[in-house]
Design a protein around this ligand. Sequence first.
Ligand SMILES: [Zn+2]
Length: 132
Amino acid sequence: MIIILCVLGYILNKINSIGYGHKIIGLMGSFLAVIPILFYILHYFFQLSFFLVFIYVSLVIGFLISIFFIGLLIIEFYQDKNINKQYSIIKKTKLLLNNGFYECQSCGNKKVGKNDKNCDVCGIKFTSDRLE
Ligand SMILES: [Zn+2]
């Protein structure tokens, strides 16, 4: 299961739950709490057994939405971990600019010289050059 989600993390675009998370949580709350409580109240007053079926169906849908949301969160955390790992490598490098100077990838200082081993502004120690 986790392996499948990690593979999906590579294939899919970057997922950000900030954009959709509240909507899914709202749906989960509706199917896991609001709808079952409404049907429970209806069942209490009218004593019709098919209201209980609606409660179970709603709980199953809510459970499936929960599983889907947890899967998306696992994919997102995995993507964030990879991005963070890539950034931690890149930030210790300097990038060649058109004017012959280099840019520190940690703080953005654009006055780093070719032979500088450290950034004068943030003090980070460069591990390698990126000549892109
Ligand atoms: Zn710097």
